[in-house]
Design a protein around this ligand. Sequence first.
Ligand code: ADP
Length: 761
Amino acid sequence: MSLRVRYITFACSVAVIAALLLGGYNFYWVNRLTEEQAFDRLTDDARAVATQVKSRYDRLNNDVTVVSQTPPFLGIIRSMENGGIDPLDGSTTDLWRERLKTIFKATMRRRVEYVQMRYIEVADKGMELVRVDNRNGVIVAIPEHELQRKQDRSYVIAGTLLGPFGVYFSSIEQNVENSIPDSDLYVLRAVTQVRNLEGALFGLMVINTDFEAEIRSVLHAVDSPYAIYIVDDSGNYIQKAADGTISRIVTPVDKNYALPAQFVQSQRLFGELDDDAVGAAMYARADVGFDIENPNRHISIFIAAPKAEALAGAQKIQQVALGLSFVLVLVTAGGAFAVARRMTHPMQVAIERIEEYSTGAGPLELPTKRRDEIGDLSRAFTGLVESLEQSRSEERATLARLEAIADNTVEGLITTNERGVILSYNKGAEAMFGYTQSEAVGQSIGILMSTDFAEGHDEATALYSLAGRSEVLIKAIEREGIRKNGTEFPIELTISEVRINGTRIFSGIARDITERKMLERKLIDSSEALQRSNSDLEEFAYIASHDLKEPIRAISNHAQFLTEDHSDALGEDGIKRLDRIRDLCNKSERLITDLLHFSRIGRSNDMTQSIDPVEIIDIIKESLADYLTERNATVDVVTALPLLKGDPSRVKSVFQNLIVNGVKYNDRDEKRIEIGYEEPTDVEPGKFYVKDNGIGIPDEFRNRVFSIFKRLHNDRAYGPGSGAGLSFVRKIVERHGGRITIDSQEGEGTKFSFNLTEAGT
Ligand code: ADP
């Protein structure tokens, strides 16, 4: 599921859940309030009835209290206590009785529910003094002989226990006359005390009222559509049904007693009940207390309504609330959907643009000007794409350059996979091997090289595997290449391994070395020719000098014989010339000997003997001891000297020549020769030196002194010489693989430095 759909679904779900919760909460409260309202209405109705019932009790209370204060009550007391005559005005007891009857009758005419009004004397066992009855609407005063004693009746007992001005209300009871209960008449009695002037209890004033009639007249006035039950503290009740019919009083012993038990048992002022008689109903209750001393004595009013009826108005509200909730859900879900869709729309557009761009259908146009996250994302993405495009175009340019280089290079550039299959092949290779690129690519590398060469390639592969490294450059190998026309030619191949995405690729650079090979051949040939001519020359010099020596010596001998045998004939001048001939012959012989010697240097035998230069110098010093002493010369080894490898007689010749020259070409009184060794540096090998404090060699002659028979001085200046010594020295040093150089200061001295093969190298 796309992020957008998820987001929209989520927003809608949240909105629907919120709306459902709100709607549910609303619905719950509407229910609760309508229920409360229904209870309130029932309670109001019950209270209204209770007020009416209470007013009946109040009227009774009022009547019994007011009437008991009328003059006849005290008049009767005074007349009775005074022998039948009232001392105050002379009225007889009977007169007072008549007057009281008149008051009772007058009262009862206004109060149609009253069935009896009486004045009872407590002292005389509850004897009725005055009594007026209402018998079916006829108000009659009861004659004296029909009056009864009521002292054992409960209301009489209760009345005697009252305080002054107190009123006692009896329970609802069947009326009893002459000990016979009247099943049709249920009465409520109101009793108050009558006291004499001293305040002592004399009698009781009692009103009996028809309870049923009282309640009926109350209920007639009530305008309630619900059933009403008026219940006394004994469980007797009168019911007004919903249709308005009012029942007779029903007592608990009646077989059609139908008061719901919950009314009596419950102490609650409202509630719900489910009764056989009533069904599912709601009820409210109001109590009318009539005994201050005992709050348990009360009349209860219950109003019960079938639940459906009581909540009938509420149902409409509920429906409206439900409808509203439904509309709320629809509106919020729709709103959430629209908002979420609108909010995610730019994202959708951006995705579509990116898709268009990636398929090449259009340029990349993202909403980069937006100030939200989509704007941030668009800017970042556009920047990324731009830098990618830039590096891609740079890459393309580099690739093009590299391809141009690869194509224009004369070398053959070839890449292969691990199995030697050609992957790429440049123009240089085309020119070299004669195959076109399309012919070569996909073929084995074997078509381009001899079997031997192919093996070399595999060797390289094996080497890579062993090394376990990539991009190792292997030393160039020389093999035979094969052209398309079958001709072979030498190539030099450099192979390296490249790993591209984990795949091993071998890249080879092939160079046609036909020309180089030819030059090499020529070089070898000419050096061989040179060597041959050198040895021919040496051979010639050797033979020539050897063969020349004989005739020269013979000339010298003949000259000597002439001098000895024919001195007179020759004369002084002749002898002088012959001596000169002999000198020249000796010189020639020396030169020839030197030449012979020089030519032999190249034929040295053993160049590998170990030599201690200090030992050699000691031998030289010993053999030259007289020579050195005569010339006041010293020879010192001033540093440690390393051991050497070479031909001992030749090495000795080097040192001896240099020492002798140092002494010979020296004007000083004290001639000093120093021999030492300079340690090797990064650029120079270790060097021996022989240094003197002689006349020095001018710069311009430094190379010439090494040429054979070249001298800077004549025999007279520094003694005779052939000019071959330094040429021997250089030849020996070079034969030992070394080089000799001169460092000199005219008039100061000369230093010859040279390197020889040191032992251990
Ligand atoms: P020779 O000593 O027989 O002349 P060399 O080959 O030994 O032949 O020397 C060639 C020339 O180099 C010498 O004639 C001399 O002039 C010069 N020479 C050689 N050694 C020294 C030196 N130590 N100091 C000055 N000049 C020298």
